[in-house]
Design a protein. Sequence first.
Length: 134
Amino acid sequence: MLYVDRYICRGYIESVTDTSARGPAPPLTPAVFHILLALAGGDRHGYGILKDVLRHTDGAVRLGPGTIYGTLQRLMETGWVEESDGPAAAVDERRRHYRLTRPGRKALEAEVQRMEGLVRAARAQRIGARASRG
């Protein structure tokens, strides 16, 4: 069966047919990963995404508006994110709200699994492992 797998690589939407022949998709960009992670917590508007990214990274990653909205546009084109109605009592009706789709959640889960594998490999080399005293 031939199918198309779409992902975002270096800010561009890529399509791969027959992913079994090419292996797993490349890693997500940091902006894509952080935006998907923020949306995994529920519907958000752009500023809410920015605040979540700052909170998740203890302020180490700050995405500008151009990065957030440009990435959201590409994620919507990929089908990983869609616009939502937002909360019933929206504070500002001009704000657009976004939600993670099933394919977006699968992409995020695949990236988390890839990262977990890297952490396991690093710990097997005693990198970042906590030393135990016995």
